[in-house]
Each structure stands twice: as C-alpha cells, then as structure tokens.
Design a protein around this ligand. Structure first.
Ligand code: UDP
Length: 244
C-alpha cells in the first residue's frame, strides 16, 4: 500500500471539524471555549504557510438527526435541527478566530441573515482566494446528508486539494483499535483498499464524492497539540486516503 504522502503541499483545503471534537470529554457543555480557542490558534498558525482554508463544522456535539429519528422524530425535521446545531459551532469558531485577528466569515447553507452570510459559491471562492477563512455552516442545507458529505461537496465545488478530517482518532486502522490492540494504522491507503477492506472513513456518499472527484482525505487526531496546524500545512500526519 504505497502512496504519494510526500506531496502534501496543498494550496486550498477544507478542514472538517467534527462537533464532538469541540466538546471537552465528560463535560456538560456542548462547546468548550478553550478547545475552540486552541483550534483557532492552530488555524492562525497554518495561515502563515499560505494555505487557503475552508472549514466545515459538524454538529454532533449537540444533535444528530439519525439518532433523534430512531427515537421517533420525523427524520427531515431532525436533520434540520442538526444543521442548525452546526451553525452554533460555526459562530463559536468565528468568534475565536476573530479574537486571534484572523479574517473569517460564516456562510450558511440555510439563510439566516442576522448571524451569517448566505452560502454563495462564487463569493466563497473569492474569499478563500484572498486568504479569508470561510466557515461553511448548516451542512448542505438539505436533510439526509452529513457534514462529511458537506465537506466533500464544498471541497469539490471550491476546487480544494484535500479534505482534512479532524476526529477523535489518529488515523485509519486495519481494524477497530479499541477492539484489537494490535490493529495497524495506515500512513496512507487508497480509496479502493478502503472499500475492499470495508474501512470506515466517512459515510458512503461523502466517500464516493471524494473518490469520484479525486480529493484526498487526511484523517488525523484533533487532540494532539499542533496537529491541526501540521495537517493544514501539509505535514505528514494521520492517514492519507488517495486515489493511488
Ligand atoms: N445534517 C443534515 N444535512 C447536512 C449536514 C448535516 O441534515 O447536509 C444534519 C444531520 O442530522 C447530522 C447533523 O446535521 O446528524 C450534524 O451533522 P454531523 O452528524 O455530520 O456532525 P458531526 O458528526 O460531524 O459532528
């Protein structure tokens, strides 16, 4: 399983932040201001390496549509609640970035003029190209999708070079490391290998979009000090999923 991990000098990337990553483990607070501040500081450092950064925020620290639906709620409505949850994370990140003097904006796929700009692809593209960090909120704006799919979609339409998926695990393993302590972590793996070995990287819609549009995904642990900066700057970190 060889790969071009050495060529990670990306010009434009989409950083996918899972909602859970913004919550302090064991805390009742859905958003930890301290964690969001750390994320903002790391994004600021990465900007110095001239990378254009779009951020897609998840919402799982507040709400997941599928879980609420399994408990009897109408799925589409539950998903809209989930999309609104992502906006709270986006606003928290915007505030933390502004406190670090990082130029940023929130574009929401569900219009809410008082708190965010509407998502306009051409405008987002321009903002990214002048170095503004664009935070994409409210997912795709449609129910039955995930924010991983949002990241794949925004990466495709913004011509991003890669998706950086910041999660609670440090990469992709050959089997579940919680169940198998000998599980091997891959430095890199192809899309085809992920499918043939049934490795769970993203939901199938998100994964297929990345594969079809040849967008590498870097899965890395958000919790390691400096990891976001390293990932955004193209350092060798986590697992890179690529075309091969
Ligand atoms: N969601 C949606 N459409 C989208 C993106 C998200 O309906 O395009 C809803 C869905 O209910 C999802 C929730 O928003 O469960 C939060 O997003 P996600 O679960 O992807 O967040 P993460 O797990 O990354 O924190």
């Amino acid at each position: 399983m060889s790969s071009p991990t050495e060529d990670r000098q990306f010009k434009r990337v989409i950083l996918k932040l899972s909602g859970e990553a913004l919550r302090e483990p064991g805390s009742h607070d859905n958003i930890s201001p301290e964690i969001v501040e750390r994320v903002a500081k790391e994004i600021k450092k990465a900007i110095k390496s001239d990378v254009e950064i779009g951020v897609v925020c998840g919402g799982g620290n507040f709400w997941r549509g599928a879980s609420a639906s399994a408990r009897g709620m109408d799925r589409a409505t539950a998903d809209y609640v989930g999309m609104l949850a992502t906006v709270m994370n986006a606003l928290a990140l915007q505030s933390a970035l502004e406190a670090e003097d990082v130029t940023c904006t929130v574009q929401s796929a569900i219009e809410m003029k008082n708190v965010a700009e509407p998502f306009i692809r051409r405008k987002a593209n321009r903002q990214l190209s002048v170095g503004t960090v664009v935070i994409f909120a409210a997912g795709t704006g449609s129910p039955f999708f995930s924010t991983d799919t949002t990241a794949a979609l925004r990466a495709s339409e913004m011509n991003a070079d890669a998706i950086m998926k910041a999660t609670m695990v440090d990469g992709v393993y050959c089997s579940d490391p919680k169940k198998n302590p000998d599980a091997k972590r891959y430095d890199s793996v192809t899309f085809a290998d992920c499918l043939s070995q049934d490795l769970k990287v993203m939901d199938s819609t998100a994964f297929t979009l990345c594969q079809d549009n040849d967008i590498p995904i870097i899965v890395f642990d958000i919790n390691g000090e400096g990891n976001i900066t390293k990932a955004l700057a193209g350092d060798d970190i986590g697992t890179m999923i690529h075309k091969g």
